[in-house]
Design a protein around this ligand. Structure first.
Ligand SMILES: Nc1ncnc2c1ncn2[C@@H]1O[C@H](COP(=O)(O)OP(=O)(O)OP(=O)(O)O)[C@@H](O)[C@H]1O
Length: 592
């Protein structure tokens, strides 16, 4: 599988919009530089185009070029370099070309930003998924699926949009700075007025930015808990519906939805208030400017018009920049929440183990293993026992005794507090964990089937497996006949959760899925306990056919599987006791 690179996410000690922008720029220096350069050149072209227009105005009105301003000088220099007479039509044509070029460059810059947004969202999603999948099993168990889905879907999207608005904000700030420079070169009063007016507006409206930030934070928090609650309730949809308790879900969710609505309302109000207040503020500033320059300072109208045009441009770009910044702060909390999730998961990353590799030719041996889930109760208490290779070993024991925990220890999902688990005499702690797990076929109690074809459910999307590999696994799991009898054979869709298959068929497909990679150890965790006698018999027959070909370790409460076992251990109160050869009475056995 082709793996795209994980972004170099930067942990920021202080949280906020600016550290986030800094982190994004550091993570994507090339894309940020390309977008900003395009924006900068577009701004320059725009400024140059405006210089042409101003020169044209000067040429067209009085033709006085004795004391030209900087923009006029630039325009005249450009015209001279091109060997053109600086007449009004020539300057107008040049201005049109430059402003057109600016439009093309802005389009390219926006496209660049759009690509970057998609790229960032994908990178953040991959970073989170990899970090979670690479974390310790204990960490994974503590996670809420809804919260993770929310982080992958919503938070990654909002975080990447923050980059888009940051780029937009930078473009507006650059443009306003370019106009500020032009204003300063024409008249220092215009420049100072632009700086003061812009600063005033940004300060006055800062409260609305703060309010947007709070609304964004609230939204991020609520979306996390809401999605967590929804996914939990959906997972329990069947019993809820069967017992007519849907109203209860409704009540639970409607409260959170109401709070989310309030947060969104506050966000919308802050956004609209900012837009609504910026315009009158700009109009008031221009009005005051007119009054001061025309009435108090008695400046000529032409100069005042140019000055106020520049002032309006500076303040208008700053306003747009502030509106973009508002969108950045609304999304900033989503970015930090996602970064927190990625860093939490990375901090819990699972050790890769050692470098030894084994083939499981001899045995799996527990040597004085002690394990508890951290609550003081020893699930395994100095436990020693052996699972011989190429035999079927079944573990029985009362519910909650720790049978699944023991399987998790064999797989290396959990680690013993003391003692050793030895595979062919090598401690599991020294084994290359991935190499070990790649030799394991795992069949859980309730095998999850996805609503795809039989073939997809066997390969789970792995493209290296041929149709022959799939058929061979189905044959070994005694599932080939029923699959071939289905309407589209391997391509038959199995329905949501495998609903178009019987329980026995589902389990045999799950065994085929576990066998498709030709494992050396097959683990069956209560693989037959939810099946009726007939389906159990079919699975047990499958398992019996596999005996001698690979090592099998199964957990069972009762049932026919015990009858097929080579060795049966009973786990109770932390100790494993080898059982005498099991007694089978019909399909009910032994666990006495
Ligand atoms: N992640 C966990 N954190 C804390 N306690 C756990 C965890 N997983 C299991 N336990 C506890 O450890 C004990 C053993 O659980 P385990 O699932 O291994 O038992 P089991 O023998 O497989 O039970 P059953 O036959 O009912 O499936 C139980 O008391 C359970 O509550």
């Amino acid at each position: 599988m082709k793996r795209s690179k994980t972004p170099p996410l930067v942990a920021a000690s202080s949280r906020g919009a600016w550290p986030m922008i800094g982190a994004l720029v550091r993570a994507y220096p090339g894309r940020s530089a390309a977008a900003l350069s395009a924006v900068f050149v577009a701004g320059l072209l725009d400024g140059l185009g405006l210089s042409m227009l101003l020169s044209m105005l000067a040429v067209a009105t009085d033709g006085d070029t004795a004391d030209p301003s900087l923009p006029e000088q630039v325009a005249l220099r450009v015209a001279a370099t091109l060997g053109l007479q600086p007449t009004a039509p020539v300057l107008l044509s040049l201005a049109t070309v430059l402003i057109g070029l600016k439009a093309v460059l802005s389009l390219l810059a926006n496209r660049q930003v759009g690509y970057a947004v998609a790229h960032i969202a994908t990178d953040l999603r991959l970073a989170l998924i990899r970090a979670v999948m690479g974390a310790r099993w204990k960490y994974y168990l503590q996670q809420s699926v809804g919260r993770l889905s929310n982080a992958v879907a919503t938070e990654a999207q909002r975080a990447s949009e923050a980059f888009q608005y940051s780029a937009e904000m930078s473009a507006m700030l650059l443009n306003s700075m370019i106009y500020m420079v032009i204003a300063l070169t024409i008249s220092w009063q215009a420049g100072v007025a632009a700086v003061v007016a812009g600063g005033l507006m940004l300060t006055v409206l800062q409260t609305l930015i703060r309010s947007s930030r709070r609304a964004g934070q609230y939204q991020t928090r609520l979306l996390g808990t809401l999605l967590s609650a929804i996914s939990g309730q959906l997972a329990a949809a069947k019993p809820l519906k069967a017992m007519a308790r849907e109203d209860h879900v409704d009540a639970l969710l409607s409260d959170q939805t109401r709070q989310l609505r309030r947060a969104l309302r506050r966000q919308v109000i802050s956004k609209e208030a900012l837009t609504a207040l910026q315009e009158p503020l700009l109009a008031i500033m221009v009005g005051i400017g007119f009054f001061l320059s025309l009435v108090v300072l008695k400046m000529p109208l032409a100069a005042v018009l140019v000055m106020l045009f520049l002032l309006a441009r500076v303040v208008s770009y700053l306003s747009k920049g502030q509106r973009a910044f508002q969108q950045v702060v609304v999304r900033e909390s989503a970015y930090w929440s996602l970064i927190d999730s990625i860093e939490d998961a990375r901090a819990q990353s699972e050790p890769r183990g050692g470098t030894w590799t084994v083939q499981l030719n001899e045995s799996i041996r527990f040597d004085a293993v002690r394990f508890s889930h951290g609550d003081g109760r020893a699930i395994l208490d100095q436990t020693s026992f052996e699972v011989p290779a190429r035999a079927l070993t079944v573990i029985v024991g009362p519910s909650g005794a720790g049978k699944t925990t023991l399987l998790d220890l064999v797989v290396g999902l959990l680690q013993p507090e003391s003692g050793h688990i030895l595979i062919d005499g090598v401690s599991l702690a020294e084994l290359d964990l991935r190499q070990w797990r790649r030799q394991i076929g795992y069949v859980p109690q309730d095998s999850v089937m996805v609503n795809e074809s039989v073939a997809y459910n066997l390969s789970l999307g792995e493209t290296d497996l041929s149709e022959d590999d799939l058929r061979e696994a189905l044959r070994s799991a005694d599932a080939l006949d029923f699959v071939e009898a289905m309407s589209d054979g391997l391509q038959t869709r199995v329905g949501e959760g495998g609903s178009r298959l019987s329980g026995g068929q589902r389990q045999r497909l799950a065994i085929a899925r576990a066998l498709v990679h030709k494992p050396r150890l097959l683990i069956l965790d209560e693989a037959t306990s939810s099946l009726d006698a007939e389906a159990q018999a079919a699975v047990v027959e499958t398992v019996s056919h596999l005996k001698g070909r690979l090592t099998m370790l199964a957990v069972a409460h009762q049932g026919q599987l015990l009858g097929a076992a080579d060795h049966v251990y009973r786990l109770a109160e932390g100790h494993m006791v080898l059982q005498p050869q099991p007694r089978v009475a019909g399909d009910v056995v032994v666990d006495d």
